[in-house]
Design a protein around this ligand. Sequence first.
Ligand SMILES: NC(=O)c1ccc[n+]([C@@H]2O[C@H](COP(=O)([O-])OP(=O)(O)OC[C@H]3O[C@@H](n4cnc5c(N)ncnc54)[C@H](OP(=O)(O)O)[C@@H]3O)[C@@H](O)[C@H]2O)c1
Length: 231
Amino acid sequence: MSHEDQKFQMTQIKAILFGASGMIGQGVLRECLLDPEVASVLCVARSSTAQHDPKLREVVHKDFLDFSPIEKELGGFDACIFCLGVSSVGMSEEDYRRITYGITLAAAETLAKLNPQMTFIYISGAGTDSTEQGRTMWARVKGQTENALLRLPFKAAYMFRPALIIPLHGIKSKTFAYRISYAVLRPLLPLMKILFPRYVTTTEQLGRAMLIAAKRGAPKRVLEVPDINSL
Ligand SMILES: NC(=O)c1ccc[n+]([C@@H]2O[C@H](COP(=O)([O-])OP(=O)(O)OC[C@H]3O[C@@H](n4cnc5c(N)ncnc54)[C@H](OP(=O)(O)O)[C@@H]3O)[C@@H](O)[C@H]2O)c1
């Protein structure tokens, strides 16, 4: 058995989820609740998801730049799946950075301190700029966020970069612009998945792939759509 296999020997995981009310987070939560290898899932959110399940627990928290008031709730986890995020459309770089980099690192630094054996899974996006030097604001900020996460002392950290995501099982985005785009594109989505498999995934595939990485690791630290779909 390789060292990497030994690192991921576990029967059931305890997961923590950020962004559970969002489109991607709803998909991940669904897969967590269905997966017998997930013992429990804790959602950290600004408001309750209003879902009830014996495996689900929630912590409602207001200031996502400071997790010190809820630190005692955040220890003892094997994996964090971080799906909290916003579209940069109409946002200043400062505001976008505060959420994308600021909130993500505030959560991740707290979790790394409390759970050195944790696997951290982050949703960024296709086109993220790892050089941090490019001209596209959102891609630079996501690149800085990914790079900072990869430097933290987690057991493992994986950056997921989806492009077009087809929402399944009645899941909807919280972002107005995305909801409009999906409504317009809906009739074309199944065809787009066939024509552009390198760019399209579904909330179900993404959720399952993130859980596989959380439970058993993944072959790469940065996963593009084909890597996600082949997990
Ligand atoms: N959707 C796509 O097609 C797609 C594709 C590639 C990458 N992504 C990336 O994936 C991430 C999530 O996308 P999504 O489509 O799931 O977004 P979404 O449906 O708009 O959900 C956003 C989630 O983030 C939370 N959130 C946003 N701002 C917050 C804040 N200031 N404090 C605390 N929580 C906050 C929301 O919680 P509340 O319920 O409290 O608002 C919600 O749970 C984004 O970074 C996005 O760029 C999305």
